[in-house]
Design a protein around this ligand. Sequence first.
Ligand SMILES: Nc1ncnc2c1ncn2[C@@H]1O[C@H](COP(=O)(O)OP(=O)(O)OP(=O)(O)O)[C@@H](O)[C@H]1O
Ligand SMILES: [Mg+2]
Length: 583
Amino acid sequence: MLRKLSKSVREFKLASFLAPLFIAGEVLMEVIIPLIVARLINTGIEYKDASGQVVGNIENLIKLGLLLVLCCIISMIFGTLAGDFAAKASTGFARNLRHDMFFSIQNFSFKNIDKFSSSSLITRLTTDVNNVQMSYQMLIRIAVRSPLMIIFSFVMAFYIHPSMGTVFLCIVPILVAGTAILIKFAFPKFMKLFRKLDDLNRVVQENLRGARVVKSFVREDYEIEKCKGVSDAIYNIAVKADSLVAFSSPLMQLCVYGCMLLISWIGANLIVGGELTKGELTSMFTYASQILMNFMMLSMIFIMITMSRASAERITEVLDEVPDLADPENPETVVKDGSIEFCDVDFSYSGDMQKLCLSDVDLKIESGETVGIIGATGSSKTTLVQLIPRLYDATAGTVKVGGKDVREYHIETLRDAVAMVLQKNILFSGTIKENLRWGNENATDEELVHACKLACADEFISTFPDGYDTYIEEGGANVSGGQKQRLCIARALLKSPKILILDDSTSAVDTHTDALIRKAMAEYIPETTKIIIAQRISSVEHADKIIVLDEGKITDIGTHEELLNTSSIYQEVYASQQKGGLS
Ligand SMILES: Nc1ncnc2c1ncn2[C@@H]1O[C@H](COP(=O)(O)OP(=O)(O)OP(=O)(O)O)[C@@H](O)[C@H]1O
Ligand SMILES: [Mg+2]
């Protein structure tokens, strides 16, 4: 996990190395300072003349005082530089980490996307990265500083008087054991906390995205309750986790004061016995507080790392996710034509052959044909066409486009040749032109207008005051359902695809406009294979052939007239629509 994450440090390696180096310098200064203070007291303030009377020595006082100031300045410079490099390294690391995760997510297939919920991905990209960033900064600052400080201070304490040094050897194990126990209990709590944060994100995100539905169903109170429920759960876990962490503070205090007491006691005896000077006792107190302070820092880091270990694991999950659709070794880069063939295709979303959504699908579509697909909701119409641009791979059997297995193509080549207007389509915030150019970024304005005319979108775009420069809000909130569908069709047409799949793409368009779109397509893109999934028989009745799907199986294939004679499902749908609905 660490190796995986450390790959994101990249150009910030130098800063990550320099920060601890300057910290080491700072620490060195900070341990020397108490020693100079001890000297200053002993040979300056407490200087005794030949008769043994304390007279003080101003020369020593100035000399050591200046040295003290110099050490403080150097320590300050080192500290500032270390802080600067640590900040650069940690924020840069977080930036790279976010970039790498985003890159990984962009390569996800539909199957990978199904695995992570978008709310969880958001928490991972934000809160989790922030946690790791903070730990990284602490790691390169305090995790280096504190052990060094402890070691140096230990050495100095032993150097001043060995029996004083042993005081620390008694206190430190108590601290270490206490902290270890706290961490052991706190980690699972933090892991749980993060999972709850995912839930909170999901609730908020779902609510904001569906704000209009919430209002129209007057479900505000229910949504408020739901949000409160998750917030309360987070509160409860956070309180438990934090109260465990809060234990570290009294433990620390106990050790600090215990240590001070022991030092005062032993120190006083030693001074009386003439084995220790007053100056040395003063610096002993400084070392004691440095050692214990730094132990506290270290325990804080451990807790921080414990928290971010949970985050780091969640980040690595995203980075480690292998896109389940990969390009072959020597991919085909040309799609010959728009012919499609399904040979014995089975498909299951979970990969479980017992839960097949498509079974025994055999199908042949010639290039340039117009094919309609009819079937009840949930009969796997969308599932069937998703296999053509390889949004999912068939679980068994082969899907061929242009005579070749879809798995032999470079994915980009295949998807450029197959334009699919998804059933749940969205527009992105930006102008109409920008949205259309997703289909072809080099399309000229004339090409945009031409595609929009084919999709019957030009007629309403030209009524907008800003025409093609009209700004589309997030998700296409400021255009009607039918207008959105027509813009999505125009966007797909701009790809000049060999195969065009319209998945229920004219469901919100009136029948007259629907007919106009079909007519325009038949006239202007005759070579393109067109697959039209529709609920209305009128949308598919002129197709070269119509496929009837029922529970993931093709039950009938034929023209409108043939199916009227042979297919009972088709007859039923036709009859119900002729009567204007079920009766
Ligand atoms: N991403 C997915 N993960 C798991 N199961 C799915 C997924 N998408 C669809 N399904 C399941 O596959 C089956 C077929 O769904 P599909 O969307 O293909 O139906 P459909 O014929 O297009 O229906 P509709 O007319 O409502 O669009 C359904 O039972 C559905 O629950
Ligand atoms: Mg569908």
